[in-house]
Ligand binder design. Sequence first.
Ligand code: ADP
Ligand code: MG
Length: 244
Amino acid sequence: MMEHVIEIQHLKKSYGNLDVLHDVNLSIDEGQVMTIIGSSGSGKSTLLRCINLLEIPTGGTIAYRGKKILDGNMNINSYRSKVGMVFQSFNLFANKTVLENCMIAQIKVLKRNKEEARQIALKHLSAVGMEKFAQASVTTLSGGQKQRVAIARSLCMDPDVLLFDEPTSALDPEMVGDVLEVMNSLAKEGLTMVVVTHEMQFAKEVSDVVCFMDKGYVCEIGTSDQIFNHPKEERTKQFLSRYM
Ligand code: ADP
Ligand code: MG
């Protein structure tokens, strides 16, 4: 039997007495693109943040390639280099150059030397169309350019899985296409990805699995065709009717 890349069982998360995730069960397989859709407040970011250990679940288990990540034996920095995250708000170092942003974690976490880190950074910046900006300060970039740099920075860590939390939601509409194009090509190259998004056309085209979340539950999960063309649950139909 093939081992799942990520396997989530009975995941629960509460903030005080607010229950945000209830018994979430999901598995993500090698090379899969899973998109997570659902209304604001349904727990999508909390789920990704639990997978990335930015939040500690209240209950349940998360396994990465068969190893439970919550048992305290995991080195968080090396785990996050394998299971990377791209944020809506980019989270770049504002006072550093594009190239520096892509080199720092390679040197600190992966212990690469500077020249190797530089070469790898330039390779990934080139793949996202940002190599010309290597020496630019991050503050001079547009939102779409910042997000492409943030993706390149994550790729520099040789991730096994990339998590994306609404990577295009903070962008001006004319910038969205460039970022989705980069994500599309990563998907085609076979990168395992979990993407929270409101870009339904993108989700429909790129997803192997679509997970519709509602009020902290996985309401419906299936292939792109099942969810977008033949949704079963009333709530899924209602949600999609607002977009399509
Ligand atoms: P989504 O990403 O689907 O919009 P979130 O995971 O951000 O949903 O939020 C789900 C619920 O959890 C919301 O009701 C939100 O207000 C609440 N929540 C999220 N983060 C926190 C936090 N750090 N403290 C308290 N409540 C939170
Ligand atoms: Mg969110």
